[in-house]
Design a binder for this molecule. Structure first.
Ligand code: ASP
Length: 364
């Protein structure tokens, strides 16, 4: 898997680097020991924000130091932007929406601007957000023109009598609500187009050829997810929220709906328990209701967030053959970020305002 090449090609990220910075701490690149990081993750915090930028087959050797730096900077910017909302007394919902928007605007990640292509060559986005205080939720899918699907999900949560809306009616509602509408060409990026053409895909599942269509052999569904984005937060009031956004799976059917916009599967939040956002092979996240499975283990089994998340990702999902990971935060501000793939773009920030970011084992 030519991970580095497929993500960078000639399509250099720009908007990720233009994001306003909340303070200078992201410039300080440092590596913490595993024990330090575990301690920090388990430390309670009144404000806590955790994000992911996707899990999957991430091969360390395929990524140059410069590329790694770019990812680290993008993740830090998302953390600092979301944390800015928390620090200003904002809600966990605001923090998660803000962090996810930053990642949606960054072409490095498979959401918004960096969305993958469907087998028909379209970018079809989806997202969801959940308020742990009220159990209110908004979910949107089959979007081709909404610049920031996560913001539409939030407006749906607040203003629509339904939880989950789709396609052209959802897009028309987004326009009416004053959200940014873009031409579908906005979502084009060269590295995703090459992925679509099969230059980087692993051709071992579901081919259009199998259906008898006369299509190039490059039209395979890439079974390895990478780059979906998500955020979970707890705020000073103890309110939890989760938000997730994606372009889905590379070369998916254009009508395919994944776990990301499905409440309980890719996204869930419940006050006094936890908030969870997932990334990975969505079919498995749907079948095993992954986000809610973690909440249920905590609620009924009285186990910690770390134990619950580990069991779901490393036992249930792994045994089922489902690749992926989650980021999660509990009501005390402790965070967990288990994944059963080779890597996961991830990070967290707590009351001290220092962002911690990792792709593999090393923390920055
Ligand atoms: N879960 C997403 C989906 O299946 C993909 C990912 O997380 O990368 O649509």
């Amino acid at each position: 898997m030519f991970f580095g090449a497929c993500l960078f090609g000639t399509d250099r990220p720009s908007s990720c680097e233009d994001i306003p910075r909340a303070n200078g701490s992201q410039e300080r690149s440092h590596t913490s020991s595993r024990d330090d990081i575990d301690g920090l993750m388990n430390h309670p915090s009144q404000n806590s924000l955790v994000i992911h930028g996707g899990a999957g087959v991430l091969i360390e050797e395929d990524m140059s130091a410069e590329q790694r730096k770019t990812y680290v900077a993008a993740l830090r910017n998302a953390l600092l932007s979301g944390f800015g909302a928390l620090r200003a007394g904002g809600t966990s919902l605001e923090a998660t929406e803000t962090a996810v928007r930053v990642l949606e605007d960054c072409p490095l990640f498979n959401a918004g601007k960096g969305a993958v292509f469907s087998r028909d060559g379209e970018n079809v986005c989806e997202a969801s957000i959940m308020d742990g205080r009220t159990h209110a939720a908004g979910a949107v899918t089959l979007l081709r023109t909404v610049k920031n699907p996560i913001s539409l999900a939030r407006v749906v949560k607040d203003e629509v009598p339904h939880v989950f809306i789709a396609a052209t009616e959802a897009e028309a509602f987004a326009a009416k609500a004053g959200l940014d509408i873009v031409d579908p060409s906005y979502f084009y990026t060269e590295h995703r187009w090459k992925q679509h053409l099969g230059e980087f895909s692993t051709p071992d599942v579901l081919s259009k050829d199998q259906e008898g269509d006369d299509v190039p052999p490059s039209y395979w569904v890439d079974p390895y997810p990478r780059g979906t984005v998500g955020a979970c937060a707890v705020d000073i009031r103890g309110d939890l929220a989760a938000a997730t956004s994606t372009g889905g799976m590379n070369n998916k059917w254009s009508s395919r709906i994944g776990d990301t916009p499905m409440i309980s599967c890719g996204t869930y939040a419940e006050n006094k328990v936890a908030a969870v956002s997932g990334t990975g092979n969505g079919e498995f996240f749907i079948r095993y209701a992954v986000a809610h499975d973690i909440i249920a283990r905590m609620k009924y089994g009285k186990v910690s967030l770390a134990e619950a998340a580990d069991a779901t990702i490393h036992d249930t999902m792994k045994n089922a053959g489902g690749d992926g990971g989650v980021v999660a935060v509990d009501a005390q501000g402790k965070v967990a970020m288990p994944y059963n793939t080779s890597g996961m773009f991830r990070g967290f920030i707590k009351d001290d305002g220092v962002p911690h970011v990792a792709i593999w084992d090393e923390w920055y």
